[in-house]
Design a protein around this ligand. Structure first.
Ligand code: NAP
Length: 279
């Protein structure tokens, strides 16, 4: 039977520590400030933005929201980013993705001051992750590292298989595991005999975006299974990329969806903003 890695509990413990850090910064006259920019009215993005604002308030941090219409031009958004880059009470800038079609996401990401890039998507921060000399880590992989650490399991020397190679999850995740001395394999849609490769994993990290894709036949007995997916099942219920009911009896450790990786992502955004403010 897999032991559940409780993302809510790990997140709550991390936030309690961060609250103290914020209080210490406030005593020095520094209030970590996050600007969240949302363009258009995508309902999912709206929920994420509200959760980010709530998390800031809970930790005693400052936040500003810029809700721009879906017709905003690239020049207008670049002008806002330029203003936020020099705004002294703002330490972190987050532009909620995806952006409307008329705006080039790459240009916007590259316009954010790397020292305020709390999503760690700027090429400079991505490069820093590659060489293992980073200030910010992308929030989801950083949260997963905390979840793994919470189990007390040693990563060094373990076989780690990451399924998914996106720039925001799969690739940085693989790099962080490599820095911790795992032997890392990255899989994707062209991987041959995925099940056979996945079964090698002591630590299997799944980030593909396909509901219940990973079943027990893809998991080595006793493996740690980290499910990044946020999908909908046939009844429209939130679920992960892993068939939890099928895999849990075989796994050593497993993250549920919801309540696993998800709660850690915003917590790590707060972490990065505190770091940007000098904490
Ligand atoms: P993405 O950019 O769509 O990337 C998906 C990756 O999965 C790609 O590398 C793709 O391979 C691979 N893939 C797709 N089908 C596959 C298959 N049949 N076999 C093997 N690999 C396959 O997705 P993402 O942004 O990384 O997100 C992945 C999931 O994590 C989504 O459900 C997303 O909602 C969730 N997510 C959750 C959080 C959180 O906070 N919990 C944060 C971010 C993302 P190719 O490269 O070959 O196409």
């Amino acid at each position: 039977m897999g032991k559940i890695i409780d993302g809510k509990a790990v997140s709550a413990a991390a936030r309690a520590r961060m609250k103290e850090e914020v209080a210490a910064l406030r005593e020095r006259g520094i209030i970590p400030g996050l600007a969240v920019v949302i363009v258009g009215d995508d309902p999912a993005s709206r929920v994420y933005v509200n959760n980010k604002k709530k998390a800031c308030a809970e930790l005693g941090m400052y936040s500003e929201e810029y809700a721009l219409p879906g017709t905003t031009t690239e020049e207008e958004l670049l002008a806002l980013v330029a203003r936020l880059n020099v705004k002294p009470d703002i330490h972190g800038i987050l532009v909620q993705l995806p952006l409307p079609r008329q705006i080039d996401e790459k240009k916007i990401i590259e316009a954010i001051d790397p020292n305020k890039d709390v999503d760690a998507f700027h090429p400079q921060n991505v490069g820093r992750i590659m060489i293992g000399d980073y200030r910010f880590l992308p929030c989801t992989p950083a949260g997963i590292m905390e979840l793994i650490a919470s189990t007390g399991e040693d990563i060094s020397g373990k076989e780690c298989v990451v399924i998914g190679r996106s720039n925001i999850v799969g690739k940085p995740m693989a790099m962080l595991m490599l820095h911790k001395n795992a032997t890392v394999t990255i899989c994707h849609s062209r991987t041959r005999d995925l099940a056979q490769v996945a079964r090698r994993a002591d630590i299997l990290i799944v980030a593909i975006g396909k509901a219940k894709f990973v079943g027990p036949e893809m998991v080595k007995p006793g493996a740690m299974v980290i499910d990044v997916g946020m999908d909908r099942d046939e009844n429209g219920k939130l679920c992960g990329d892993v068939d939890f009911a099928g895999v849990e009896p075989k796994a050593g450790w497993i993250t549920p969806v919801p309540g696993g990786v998800g709660p850690m992502t915003i917590t790590m955004l707060m972490r990065n903003t505190i770091t940007a403010a000098g904490g």
